[in-house]
Write a protein that binds this ligand. Structure first.
Ligand SMILES: Nc1ncnc2c1ncn2[C@@H]1O[C@H](COP(=O)(O)OP(=O)(O)OP(=O)(O)O)[C@@H](O)[C@H]1O
Length: 255
């Protein structure tokens, strides 16, 4: 299933947050959204997920969700959003309830996603026993369990330290390489964007408009930390964002 935003604008009261966004999210690609604070990135994600309707324009879902999809649009948040009293297995199992699946089918899905996210040995652990990186892997496993058409990821690594971020990026690349998934990935971190994005959408400060869409052809599995091509892309993105980010910052401080 592809997603498309067609001439989307959005207002909160009199304040315009997004302006005339037209964007394709093709199946099997990771589309990163970057832009200064408050430019409407999370709002855009909520529109894609159907949690909010745009004031103007349309959000279109084109084509069918993948076979076995239990929930076409699934979120992954920065704060993991795990239930502390449920084990790793129990947190993943939660999203499989109320779908009419048999016990064996549920267990097969749980075993598969825990193996894919290297959590099999931690199935009976509680979230409080896990590091931040592991908790986010549980959240990723839980998202994969419903075989979504599109994963909507809102700064999923920003609560983690830089080493853990690197490891999680490796994990996401390995997951995608084994079985491509579709994701819209909001981040402040340009290194994450050039590592994970097939397409990187740069938004201006509020009201967020598309300043540029950068397409990266290099296969994800070949993207290495410090690669000169990626570094150059990162510099280019920062060049686009620097003035906007400074202005957005000053706006927030001024209130
Ligand atoms: N429900 C709401 N009602 C009113 N204003 C809102 C609402 N949600 C967001 N806003 C405002 O809309 C603007 C865009 O918010 P949004 O969270 O989408 O930006 P963002 O780019 O994700 O920000 P950040 O990078 O800081 O997370 C901000 O000024 C925010 O205060």
């Amino acid at each position: 299933m592809d997603l498309k935003l067609s001439s989307v604008s959005h207002y909160y009261g009199d304040s315009q947050v997004l302006r005339d966004i037209t964007l394709d999210i093709p199946s099997g690609q990771i589309v990163c959204i970057v832009g200064p604070s408050g430019c409407g990135k999370s709002t855009l994600l909520r529109m894609l997920g159907g949690l909010e309707r745009p004031s103007e324009g349309r959000v279109l879902q084109m084509g069918d969700a993948p076979e076995g999809c239990l929930n076409p649009l699934t979120y992954i948040f920065q704060d993991f959003a795990l239930l502390p009293w449920r084990t790793v297995r129990g947190n993943v199992a939660l999203v499989l309830e109320d779908h009419g699946l048999g016990k064996a089918q549920r267990e097969a899905i749980i075993a598969d996603v825990l193996a894919r996210t290297k959590l099999t040995d931690f199935a009976d652990a509680l979230p409080k026993q896990l590091s931040g990186g592991m908790k986010q892997r549980v959240a990723i496993a839980r998202a994969l369990a419903v075989n979504p058409a599109v994963m909507l990821m809102d700064e999923p690594l920003s609560a983690l330290d830089s080493q853990t971020r690197e490891l999680l990026m490796d994990d996401l690349v390995a997951l995608w390489t084994r079985q491509p998934f579709t994701a819209v990935y909001v981040t402040h971190n340009l290194a994450e964007a050039v590592r994970l994005g097939h397409k990187i959408v740069v938004l201006s400060r509020r009201p967020g408009e598309i300043r540029e869409v950068v397409e990266l052809d290099m296969p994800l599995a070949e993207r290495r930390h410090g690669d000169p091509v990626l570094e150059a892309q990162q510099q280019h993105l920062w060049g686009l964002m620097r003035d906007e980010a400074a202005a957005a910052d000053a706006e927030l401080i001024d209130g």
